[in-house]
Write a protein of this length. Sequence first.
Length: 197
Amino acid sequence: MSEVKILPNLVWKYNYEPGFDVQAFLDYQSKEAELHQTEADGGKSTAGHPNPPHEWECNRDFMMWLRPKIEICLREWDVQYTDIVATGSWTNIHNINAHTLPHDHGSTNVVVSAYVQVPEDSGNLMFEQLMRTNWTHYSRIPENTIHDYWKEVNVQTNDVVLFPGWMTHKTQASRSTGDRITFTINTDGRDRNNIIL
Ligand SMILES: [Fe+2]
């Protein structure tokens, strides 16, 4: 017997052992973080603000560590590329009750969600169950709900999750009074033969 895989893998989770400069994120958030359309009940984001975290000197080693992980995604999804670009990055901060509403990242090829600081009970990452409607006629064992709308991914400090930009996701509401800090990067594989203007 062998299991036959007909779909590509969609989500990877790594651990960035060296960890992140938490104070650098807190300093930046104290100046740039604001309420945002995806952040609910007190969550704040620096999305769209200048000096994005992927360009910071303190994240240089992380970006070098990250690059081959992005390539694994692009190869798994048969993306034609010669170069990898970061099209933007930001950091979110959640305190008690804050959460991120369901959203996707549009045309982004690979989303990178890095967990700079995750206090206990500050909420996990949730992905929409892509094939939910295909299974609704089967009598399945209920877990959270019988309709199985979301798949929960446990996240801890220094975890790094990569997934395609079209996958709808959200976070659970934080039950912690500590600051939950995330660092998200949008990346694309680009074929330089196709970008001559
Ligand atoms: Fe997101």
